[in-house]
Design a binder for this molecule. Structure first.
Ligand code: GTP
Length: 332
């Protein structure tokens, strides 16, 4: 949800329909609600509702359609336009109304709280060229939680905010919106992220959202950890096949200590591979796997199951492909 033009359909088009960011300029306004069912990791079905943000639709979501839109919600992803002149006024008022509706429609919800995200949510370096991504209230760092639906708040279009003030803008926004939410009586957690369709921050935030929806993340992580140690790999990352969102990752901390690894490497890989796959499909040469070798490391990105891709990074390149092949039946 979010006000009209904040970028909801653009995100959906890029992540779930593999469209290019530039093509989102041609998107029209969403009428009422566009719901899509996305098959995810085989057995899972993600029901994604893109709620049109024009005032008349917002009013309707909050009144006549309130029980349809807000009942049995697992996660609400609310998008704010960072450039809006009404960010902390009318935009926030609508957000607070949505929180109220969410609380009213899910009064006795006992949904589990989010597990720690597989991707680090730490702040980027001040020299970074893309939007800051942080999260705090509600994920164990301070916000109150009542076990209800999780609310992700995306301060979007951060590419339009000067790089040197992105971090502070997000922090001030988070503090102010959290304060207003508490004052209005909302007791649940809020998780804030800065995003833009023009860089990998979009993938970072959505990887966190998606991994939060996964029911068996901890078990998957423990299997990946075993694979990491059995194959003497330095890092293993699991991606969902269509969206290329990061589902989980494990890293050999001793290897990570030796080298300065980019803390945004996972979402950067998501962005690059997605663009590369799109290029491959344009020349009718479907993407199957990718191998990169450097003097110190080798990386192989290959299909693991019909729904996932695995990236294995290791110092010893010879056995990576064989290890992935041997691991397939185990993860099937
Ligand atoms: P409604 O359907 O009316 O609710 O709007 P919406 O929230 O779905 O907005 P939509 O995705 O249609 O995006 C509106 C415009 O914002 C498009 O021209 C997008 O290209 C642009 N846009 C989306 N995300 C970003 C972003 O991260 N940065 C910038 N600069 N523009 C963006």
């Amino acid at each position: 949800m979010g006000k009209s033009g904040s970028g909801k359909t653009s995100m959906r088009a890029i992540i779930f329909k593999s469209q290019l960011a530039a093509d989102t300029r041609r998107l029209g306004a969403t009428i009422d609600v566009e719901s899509s069912q996305i098959k995810f990791l085989g057995g899972l079905r993600l029901d994604l509702w893109d709620c049109g943000g024009q005032d008349s639709f917002m009013d309707s979501h909050l009144t006549a359609q309130s029980s349809t839109v807000f009942r049995a919600v697992h996660s609400l992803i609310y998008i704010f336009d960072a450039e809006s002149t009404e960010l902390l006024t009318s935009d926030t008022v609508y957000f607070l109304k949505c929180l109220r509706a969410l609380q009213d429609q899910n009064p006795t919800s006992s949904a589990p709280q989010p597990p720690p995200s597989p991707a680090s949510a730490s702040a980027p370096s001040p020299t970074s060229t893309s939007a800051a991504v942080t999260s705090s209230a509600g994920n164990g760092n301070g916000g109150a939680d009542d076990g209800g639906p999780t609310v992700f708040v995306l301060l979007h279009k951060m590419d339009l905010v000067p790089v040197d003030v992105q971090q502070s803008k997000l922090a001030e926004f988070e503090a102010e919106v959290t304060r207003k939410a508490r004052e209005s009586g909302y007791k649940g957690g809020l998780r804030f992220y800065g995003t833009s369709i023009w860089n990998e921050t979009l993938y970072k935030a959505w990887s966190i959202v998606i991994s939060h929806l996964m029911p068996s993340l901890s078990s998957l992580r423990s299997h990946l950890t075993s694979f990491l140690s059995l194959s003497s790999a330095s890092e293993i990352v699991l991606f969902e096949r269509t969206t290329f969102l990061v589902i989980s990752s494990v890293t050999n901390e001793d290897d990570a200590k030796d080298t300065e690894w980019d803390e945004r490497r996972f979402e950067r890989i998501s962005t690059m591979v997605k663009a590369f796959k799109l290029g491959c499909s344009k020349i009718r040469s479907p993407f199957s796997s990718l191998t990169i070798t450097t003097p110190h490391y080798a990386a192989v990105l290959d299909a693991l199951t019909p729904e996932t891709y695995i990236l294995v990074v290791a110092r010893e390149p010879a056995s990576i492909e064989l290890n992935i092949r041997l691991a397939r039946p185990h993860f099937a």
